[in-house]
Design a protein around this ligand. Structure first.
Ligand SMILES: CC(C)(COP(=O)(O)OP(=O)(O)OC[C@H]1O[C@@H](n2cnc3c(N)ncnc32)[C@H](O)[C@@H]1OP(=O)(O)O)[C@@H](O)C(=O)NCCC(=O)NCCS
Length: 219
């Protein structure tokens, strides 16, 4: 894992006072990973225009978007989406999102994508997201890729809590978040109208110290 660059800017003078007993001084104001990021089976890197075929292959599938907020995309819509994500390679400020292509080296294809959004700088909060082409699911690839996003969020950006959300019926997403060591924090009942019907939403999360204990146990 490559460390993110740390900006050469002093944090606000009040940051340490505000932190209180909430943890160490927050001295990592940006996340700029060095790419590519390699895991045992995967290469994670920013999207490129060449990813259109592989991206369209899963963005066009109803089983992929069943529990996502968007509908299937045609090729032109997939290209527009791709163009919007190519530059999302760093977290410079609160509200930024990082979206990475997941390449399974064994097949030489982009098989999915993972994301990390910086929800709050003051509260050191982030959110992960993940999609894997169904042709390549059931192999632990989503887990392997999402673990990278947790590591980037906790180790390199210094987040305190990372959450994930899903439709309560999305059992594959629930299973993934559990594998990542995330705890269920909430089950919102009919908190939104999702694709034309009342939907339930689950919130899962993991804290930095919980993640570190888990990493030590795995090592
Ligand atoms: C959510 C999603 C990414 C999960 O994908 P996945 O392939 O099930 O997850 P993983 O890659 O972690 O694979 C886990 C499965 O592979 C199996 N597996 C095989 N080898 C494995 C390994 N080395 N490590 C972990 N799991 C492995 C697990 O047992 C598990 O199987 P199971 O589902 O039968 O229990 C996928 O369902 C998806 O893209 N859904 C559509 C988009 C979506 O809804 N995203 C989430 C929005 S909240």
């Amino acid at each position: 894992m490559t460390p993110a660059e740390t900006a050469d800017l002093p944090p606000p003078a009040v940051a340490s006072d505000l932190a209180g007993d909430a943890g160490p001084f927050y001295d990592r104001p940006v996340l700029r990973p060095v790419y590519p990021i390699e895991t045992a089976r995967l290469t994670l890197r920013p999207f490129s225009p060449d990813d259109l075929d592989d991206l369209y292959a899963y963005h066009s599938r109803p089983d992929v978007v069943r529990y996502l907020y968007w509908e299937t995309r045609d090729r032109a819509q997939a290209q527009e989406y791709l163009e919007g994500k190519i530059r999302l390679t760093a977290l410079e400020k609160e509200g930024d999102g990082l979206v990475l292509a997941v390449v399974w080296r064994e097949v030489g294809k982009m098989v999915g994508q993972v994301s990390l959004e910086w929800l709050s700088r003051e509260h050191r909060q982030g959110e992960i997201g993940f999609i894997v082409n169904p042709d390549y699911q059931g192999r632990g690839l989503a887990t392997e890729a999402a673990e990278v996003m947790l590591r980037l969020g906790f180790e390199d950006l210094g987040l305190h809590r990372i959450m994930g959300r899903c439709d309560a019926r999305n059992l594959a997403s629930v299973g993934l978040m559990k594998r990542l060591g995330m705890r269920q924090e909430a089950h919102f009942v009919h908190n939104e109208i999702f694709k034309g019907e009342w939907g339930d939403e689950l919130v899962y999360a993991v804290l930095d110290h919980e993640w570190k204990v888990r990493q030590a146990a795995i090592a």
